[in-house]
Design a protein around this ligand. Structure first.
Ligand code: UTP
Length: 230
């Protein structure tokens, strides 16, 4: 069983041929299904989450309600991927599950399940980690838009150090305490998700999903490039 959290920013690459990344993702999923793998894909909210939350923010004070807008955006992105997989004749669950339990059940029926968020209070990283634990996956892959985990945000400090390997505790130190930040605000990995992975001793593979072949290699367990948390 393979669980991949796919950062919402990956769906809208800043390149002209925006659909190419998605097309490659579909090819990878097709190959893995043909090889007998089962895949849970948990999709982030990216641009529509940010856009929706910022539109509503002057009117809505409460993060709980803003989180719901973020969740709707994650499900929009999940729907884009689910429909594209269906069109490619890949056996994917017919609905976007709204809870981890429902997703785990659907994965018993279909080789591929695509989902977004579940409830307010965390991000899709936490959803992916909970799903990985629920289905006894050996690790959770987190595909995001940075090369590796850095000691600090490399956009703010170009001298920040990157890591190939970290312990769960070291990652928690970097991302901060397990509290839900404001709706739509993100760090490299959700600190709430890190705490849950620590408790379950779940390996995390944090990779740059913009380089689509890294998703494939990480699923296959070969040529790992990114940060391994174990
Ligand atoms: P994302 O999972 O996309 O979070 O959810 P992110 O880390 O901000 O963004 P990516 O990884 O770059 O795509 C977007 C927002 O939706 C709400 C939160 O407000 C989150 O910040 N959300 C998402 C929830 O409240 N619960 C969920 O289960 C998922």
């Amino acid at each position: 069983m393979i669980v991949v959290a796919i950062g919402g920013s990956l769906l809208r690459p800043e390149v002209e041929e925006k659909h190419v990344w998605l097309d490659h993702l579909i090819t990878i999923v097709r190959e893995r299904v043909a090889a007998g793998d089962r895949l849970g894909l948990v999709i982030g909210g990216g641009a529509p989450a940010r856009e929706g939350i910022s539109l509503a923010k002057p009117l809505i004070d409460d993060d709980y309600h803003l989180d719901k807008i973020g969740i709707a955006a994650t499900r929009l992105n999940a729907t884009i991927i689910r429909e594209a997989l269906t069109e490619a004749s890949i056996s994917v669950s017919g609905i976007i599950p709204t809870s981890v339990n429902e997703a785990a059940q659907l994965l018993e029926e279909r080789p591929v399940v695509v989902m977004g968020g579940t409830e307010p209070g965390h991000t899709t990283d936490a959803v992916a980690i909970r799903l990985a634990i629920a289905v006894n996956a050996s690790k959770c892959i987190i595909a995001t838009n940075v090369e590796k985990v850095f000691s600090e945000d490399p956009r703010k400090n170009p001298n920040a150090k990157s890591f190939d390997i970290l312990t769960h505790e070291e990652l928690q130190q970097i991302v901060g305490p397990a509290e839900h930040k404001e709706a739509g605000k993100s760090s490299v990995v959700d600190p709430i998700a890190v705490l849950e992975a620590t408790k379950a001793n779940l390996e995390l593979n944090i990779i740059d999903g913009r380089k689509i072949e890294r998703i494939k290699h990480t699923i296959l367990g070969s040529d790992f490039e990114g940060t391994k948390i174990s």
